[in-house]
Design a protein around this ligand. Sequence first.
Ligand code: DX5
Ligand code: ZN
Length: 209
Amino acid sequence: MKVSTTFLSSKDIPKDLMLLDKTDTDYIHVDVMDGKFVSNKTMPFREMKHISDYTSKRLDIHLMVNEPSKYIPLYAELNAEYITFQIEIDEDIEKDLKMIKDYSIKCGLAIKPDTKVSSLIPYLPYLDLILVMSVEPGKGGQSFIVESENKIKEVRALLNSYNLDTIISVDGGINDKTVAMCHDADMVAAGSYIVLSDNFQEKISSLRK
Ligand code: DX5
Ligand code: ZN
């Protein structure tokens, strides 16, 4: 299981990023919120761009914003492996996915707990990653929605039926117990469980089993 660590719940972001840099976390999951798609708002890009001053880890960017087209060119400047945005937006999704690809960055779509897996079908040929939200997007520290286990299986079955190697990541409420419900996924994005602990590496290792 790959692990992408989010610092959304960090009390001291620079310090936690430097500590994460010393762990084997595969990626830093960067949650971006615009105060519109979700009511919370994360720091502006002019501050977010300093992430790479503190870590050389590659970034797994999760845009919870109404207009990804405004954010993609900014975040593409960073050390991004993936840029993922929510499928529930009003913009032209195909165009936004192509915009990410034009920067030679892998692209993903995230689906909220109530969004049907079948809504992904038109975009499958473009996707490198599917992010199954196991909480309502908007904040860290929520409980894993148990129905997500079936949803992950449904996404896996869909990918298998099209013979695709798109990776599945699961985001929200991940800890050493709930990760057991993510068997069919390739990666988990975890925040509070790791960054609110006093031993980041121990928590990351506990998710890999
Ligand atoms: C939720 C974010 C998640 C969240 C995960 O809106 O997309 O990435 O920060 O945090 P935890 O692990 O605390 O649920
Ligand atoms: Zn996220």
